[in-house]
Design a protein around this ligand. Structure first.
Ligand code: BES
Ligand code: MN
Ligand code: ZN
Length: 487
């Protein structure tokens, strides 16, 4: 896994800062208020920061953004980032401040001089998240700093606050690595192997292979991978940190590559479909996070891993398949494959675990990107209570999420005379008809959310992630579980 920066917290020491080489980051209030370390730097630089505070450039700098001072006088540092920081920033602003420091650092190391700064642990969390880099396929990767030291007044207290944040950040990195990995490396088997490795954290992992999936009757899921050399798999990950109550279920679409199948996609941009396992990636990252921080909750993660390829054995438009539930599906378009995968995994999750609630994640439709761009995931739900809890968790973590409608008139659009349903509903409301399809595999008594993450899984760069995978949803889901089951 791409390793998060190693962070050492050291005690505030004003006398030492003139000698720190490389890059430094300092905090200063909008009106020029300074902590002890900033004040010391200002003295060393003969009042440069005070002058900066009175400048137009500083006035125009938004909160959370900074100004760089190069080759500062009487200091060993090469450059200093001065970030406009209120005394008590919100959690999300604190993370943005950290991200600003990470972008300033680039591949080099940086020493944040935080002293008494409020939410210091969240500043460092933002720094770590934004410093992610996926470089494993560079033959000669640029050397990157792998550790930083952060100066704070109470190192052990801040370190204790940082621990659980670092555990979640590791989950985010696990997701990002999976999503960024190309499909020739991350085959269905390789994906399953990486999940089996989660057992080292105490997650119980099972891999269901094609013969078992056939026995279970997963004709809907299996028809998607028929044209691929890579065998289809369902991986079940159980984290039992709670009592003996039924678990909460997370279900992910794991299409390791989506060519569209016989309904082949056009070439332009097809390489992006390496991220079509983004839903499964997020489920895996959440399981990683829960296990790493030893969450006091029961959560089961299930992912359907398949590859959608055109081939002599591939499913054709017009084929009719039978799902595990027993409902038959006319495959109108083999490129609407994600819902075929999820249908069977959703049903299996409910039959086996009778979960107290269920959330599925999928890079399901381009229509979601048309509707919401890259700012928000589409949220569809049959249960206001669960839905609102998720929306507040997402807002709390700064992950965009916007509720979309479900309803009978939309559901009618996937009726067909040929079978119980068809897998596309036409051009209109494409993300809604996809959600309606999924809902046909959700029992009425199961509180459920479908998250269409097509627009948010891999748009980067964002405030918190470089170009490529974001890990959107890991923090929101971790928060939801924490707030609904652990408090
Ligand atoms: N994986 C795609 C959706 C997608 C598109 C994700 C762009 C991320 C970026 C999905 O399998 C798909 O192809 N959906 C079709 C559905 C259509 C055929 C009904 C789509 O959105 O065009
Ligand atoms: Mn598709
Ligand atoms: Zn797809």
């Amino acid at each position: 896994m791409s390793q998060p920066l190693r962070v050492a917290f050291t005690e505030t020491d004003t006398d030492s800062i003139a000698e720190i080489s490389g890059k430094l980051a300092l905090m200063m209030g909008a009106e020029g208020s300074m902590n002890t370390l900033t004040r010391k730097a200002n003295t060393l630089m003969r009042g440069a920061l005070k002058r900066l505070a009175g400048s137009e450039a500083w006035e125009k700098t938004p909160e959370g953004k900074g100004i760089v001072i190069n080759v500062p006088e009487r200091m060993a540092a090469t450059s200093i980032l001065v970030v406009k920081t209120p005394k008590s920033p919100s959690k999300l602003l604190a993370r943005k401040i950290g991200a600003e420091i990470a972008v300033f650092a680039g591949a080099e190391t940086v020493t944040p001089l935080l002293a008494t700064q409020n939410k210091a642990a969240e500043v460092v969390n933002g720094l770590v998240l934004r410093a992610y880099a996926f470089t494993k396929h560079k033959s000669a990767p640029k050397e990157r700093a792998d550790s930083i030291s952060v100066m704070v007044n109470d190192p052990s207290a801040i370190e204790a606050q940082f621990g659980p944040l670092a555990a979640v950040a590791e989950g985010v990195f696990f997701t990002r690595d999976l999503v960024n990995e190309p499909a020739n490396v991350l085959t269905t088997s390789e994906f399953a192997n990486r999940l089996v490795a989660l057992s080292r954290l105490g997650v119980k992992v099972e891999v269901l292979d094609e013969p078992e999936l056939e026995k279970l009757g997963m004709g809907s899921l299996l028809c998607v991978g028929q044209g691929s050399e890579s065998p289809s798999k369902v991986v079940v990950m159980q984290w039992q940190g709670g009592g003996d109550e039924a678990p909460f279920a997370l279900v992910g679409k794991g299409v390791v590559f989506d060519t569209g199948g016989i309904s082949l996609k056009p070439p332009a941009g097809m390489e992006d479909m390496t991220m079509d396992m983004g839903g499964a990636g997020v489920v895996s990252g959440v399981m990683h996070a829960l296990a790493a921080r030893k969450a006091a909750a029961n959560v089961v993660g299930l992912v359907g891993l398949v590859e959608n390829m055109p081939d002599g054995k591939a499913t054709r438009p017009g084929d009719v398949v039978t799902s595990m539930k027993g409902d038959t599906i006319e495959v109108i378009n083999t490129d609407a494959e994600g819902r075929l995968v999820l249908a069977d995994v959703l049903w299996y999750a409910q039959e086996r675990f009778a979960p107290v609630g269920m959330i599925n994640l999928a890079t399901l439709t381009g229509a979601t990107i048309v509707a919401l761009g890259h700012e928000n995931a589409g949220v569809f739900s049959n249960n206001d209570k669960l839905c609102n809890a998720f929306l507040s968790a997402a807002a709390n973590e700064g992950e965009g999420a916007w509720r979309m409608p479900l309803g009978k008139p939309y559901d009618k659009l996937i009726d067909t005379p040929m079978a119980d349903m068809k897998n596309t509903g036409g051009r209109m409301a494409g993300s809604v008809t996809a959600a309606q399809f999924l809902q046909r595999f959700v029992k009425e008594e199961t509180p459920w959310i479908h998250l269409d993450i097509a627009g948010v899984a891999s748009p980067g760069p964002t405030a918190m992630a470089p170009k490529g995978a974001t890990g959107w949803g890991v923090q929101a889901l971790d928060r939801l579980i924490r707030d609904t089951f652990e408090s």
